[in-house]
Design a protein around this ligand. Structure first.
Ligand SMILES: [Zn+2]
Ligand SMILES: [Zn+2]
Length: 247
């Protein structure tokens, strides 16, 4: 009888392993969930987390002396209408896989790691504190076909990780169902999102709010800037942006 029971223990352990482990969305390796760990430690350690000197407007890391108002060449080419911006990591191959899993495979669960992600980019948590997070909206037709808006998921993950000083307001809508920006160059991107956004009718935003526009990635800033333009025109004086990746 005892022997039989012993025989079940390894089987039971394997079953428990299966329940309490998952597979890393980046390297497909096994991840033992202790606290926050949907992505394996090794992959997290190798992502290009942003800390130190960075562009004031998009958050990309920069070499050299830090001073207020330091902006990268990409941002200097644009007339960016937001006050400041930050991203958590630079998009290289591993980070792209991560974003891809969230955006195209609906892997929202990965965002549960957000508290530990925020700890990896110094000052990011403080940057979000006391702000009103406004996700970049999808057109209702795109939302219908995808079933979710990853920017909303990211905004809610930020709010959960930072705490009650932060709120999420779905204050913007996309009027034009614009084609995806992925294959467009800088000027085409700008043209593509021109007049694409508007405030939602009952948006509960107050003019004195510190607005933080949220998107998954910052590429040229065209989409975020089109959103910022709407808010500026409506009289909002504090508009900043935050994204997961840059690239
Ligand atoms: Zn991994
Ligand atoms: Zn920049």
């Amino acid at each position: 009888m005892i022997g039989k029971r012993k025989g079940w223990i390894p089987v039971l352990n394997r079953a428990l392993d299966f329940v309490f482990t998952s597979f890393c969305p980046i390297c497909d390796g096994r991840v033992f969930k202790d606290g926050y760990s949907y992505v394996c430690q090794e992959c997290l350690d190798t992502l290009a987390w942003v800390h130190g000197v960075r562009c004031k407007l998009c958050g990309i890391p920069m070499a050299g002396m830090d001073f207020q108002g330091l902006t990268c060449s990409g941002c200097r080419e644009e007339n960016l209408l937001f006050d400041q911006g930050r991203c958590l990591f630079v998009l290289e191959e591993r980070a792209r896989r991560l974003i891809h899993d969230i955006k195209y495979h609906g892997a929202r669960i990965i965002l549960r790691d957000m508290p530990s992600w925020l700890d990896r980019s110094e000052g990011f948590r403080e940057y979000l504190e006391g702000t009103v997070l406004v996700p970049v909206p999808l057109h209702r037709r795109r939302l219908g076909s995808r079933g979710f808006n990853q920017s909303e998921w990211i905004a809610h993950a930020f709010r959960k990780a930072v705490g009650p000083s932060v709120e999420v307001v779905h204050g913007l809508k996309r009027k034009k169902n614009t084609p995806t920006q992925t294959k467009l160059d800088r000027s085409q991107r700008k043209e593509n999102v021109k007049n694409a956004f508007a405030l939602t009718r009952k948006n509960h935003l107050r003019k004195e709010d510190r607005i933080m526009l949220i998107d998954d990635v910052f590429t040229t800033g065209a989409t975020l800037n089109a959103c910022a333009e709407v808010l500026r025109e409506e009289g909002f004086s504090q508009v900043s942006i935050a994204t997961l990746g840059h690239g």
